[in-house]
Design a protein around this ligand. Structure first.
Ligand code: CO
Length: 139
């Protein structure tokens, strides 16, 4: 079951400049940085209200986020919804004809399990589902 908006992700060509924009210029806190090897990205989280902005930058110029930057420059990359049962939601959506970028959830930041719905299945929007360890099994 979807619980809320976990984060909005922005692909950034310059992580330091993006952190300066959100944290120094806009005045939001920086909640930490983490490398996410499964996505070949390094991420910085900026909490705002009940959700977060996730700044994503490719590690070593590799991976799908680098492809996104090469094609479009920086910009809005994906929405992530928090779920308390990622396997059940994935099955439910697969039954409705949705396609996913991976066959099963993979490890994300902060001990989450994440999976991405193919944007062609979702009107051109890349949607991530994330299950946090604290929420799992509480359905
Ligand atoms: Co994300």
């Amino acid at each position: 079951m979807i619980l809320g908006l976990d984060h909005i992700a922005i692909a950034v060509p310059d992580l330091h400049a993006a952190i300066a924009r959100f944290c120094e210029d806009l005045g939001m806190p920086l909640a930490g940085r983490e490398d996410v090897p499964t996505q070949q990205t390094t991420t910085a989280f900026v909490p705002v209200g009940d959700t977060r902005i996730e700044l994503i930058h490719p590690i070593d110029g590799q991976g799908p986020v680098q492809g996104f930057l090469d094609k479009r420059g920086g910009g809005l990359h994906h929405l992530c919804f928090r779920t308390d049962d990622i396997d059940a939601d994935m099955q439910r959506l697969t039954d409705k004809g949705y396609r996913f970028l991976t066959a099963a959830p993979v490890p994300g930041a902060h001990g989450t399990r994440v999976v991405f719905i193919h944007p062609k299945s979702a009107g051109g929007v890349l949607i991530e589902l994330a299950e946090h360890p604290a929420d799992a099994g509480h359905a």
